[in-house]
Design a protein around this ligand. Sequence first.
Ligand SMILES: Nc1nc2c(ncn2[C@@H]2O[C@H](COP(=O)(O)OP(=O)(O)OP(=O)(O)O)[C@@H](O)[C@H]2O)c(=O)[nH]1
Ligand SMILES: [Mg+2]
Length: 409
Amino acid sequence: MSSGPVRYVRYLLFAALGMGILFFVSRSAIPMPDTATLSKLNPSNYKGKGSLTVTGGSASPSQDGAALPYPSKAPGSESVSVRPESRVNATFVTLARNSDIWDLARSIRQVEDRFNRNYHYDWVFLNDKEFDDDFKKVTTSLVSGTTHYGIIPKEHWSYPDWIDQEKAKKARQEMGQKKIIYGDSESYRHMCRYESGFFFRHPLMMNYEYYWRVEPSIELFCDIAYDPFRFMKENNKKYSFTLSLYEYYETIPTLWDSVKKFMGNHPEHIASGNSMDFLSDDGGKTYNKCHFWSNFEIGSLNWLRSKEYIDYFESLDRDGGFFYERWGDAPVHSIAAGILLSKPEIHFWNEIAYYHVPFTHCPTSEKMRLDLRCHCNPENNFDWKGYSCTSRYFHVNNLQKPEGYEDQQ
Ligand SMILES: Nc1nc2c(ncn2[C@@H]2O[C@H](COP(=O)(O)OP(=O)(O)OP(=O)(O)O)[C@@H](O)[C@H]2O)c(=O)[nH]1
Ligand SMILES: [Mg+2]
């Protein structure tokens, strides 16, 4: 038997131990805000500092219906820390006007909530005019990584000297009369040419290996449960997409002639095992107008900066169709990916559910939608509709369409 005071000391020690255990148990049971959120609340930690957090374990994506292509449950508010060095050298990139700010704010918020809040990748904003303070203030507050703001050099947003500006003006007037979308717009043409041939060479982009293009007013419908940039790098992917469709012929009547001229002059640039069958139904004679929708893109900047791609862009640019017609950056990028890359270097993101007016990619698999907490209506999925080229992409790449695709046609 212990004597009185010794017994009291023992009681006190037990009580202290019990309280300690209770504290640890309750702390781990109560959801705590992640360190990224906490560090943003402290102004001295405002940007790009502190530990990096990612959601879930490692997982590699694959096409719909494949065995466990993503973590069995996409993590929600919980997060686990990983070291910053596991990040890839990559950035988001957006070309925008100051007036795009509120439509863009919605896009950024979705990208952050679904993915980047756990990764803190940088974001580069490019504009042909100076960004104003409001634009910078709002975007800086929304992006969890470091933001950079660049002005586009004049020579990348103006007429090259071989362009006949009178002829270009006439073409715009004619296309305007025919009510071709953006047919009469001069700035839209500069935008398409810039996205086709220059954004990846902007000094701010030269520091990075991969980019993810984001436009105003897009939606992301599912959690992104792994790092797509890392997937690109580890699997040697150069170009990737979520939606594909047919181009409006009136905007590109001579684009394929120009591509054929390039292919004739540069047979050494044409990849073996390429995706010509995605682009053409007659072995390359004519273009079937299929293209990847470039308002969403994750891609390799080194590929766009390669001699193959630059030769391709410069050859097309000389032919003048960016101004005399209205060539879009979507068919220009897609044709390049189709002929300069081998098939496995292109990737379709089934897990990245995406909307840009007026089309939606929403995974066909219900399990995937539930696991990734998607909020898209599967009835809106465009993949298997007649105007989409994704069926053709699956066919050309021998991919199996997901169960239930017939009901979404
Ligand atoms: N700085 C700048 N950015 C532009 C200009 N025109 C378009 N952009 C941006 O370029 C991208 C593509 O332009 P959009 O107007 O979205 O073109 P679109 O996607 O074909 O057409 P929408 O259906 O209207 O979205 C967007 O990120 C725009 O913010 C411009 O004149 N200046
Ligand atoms: Mg757009």
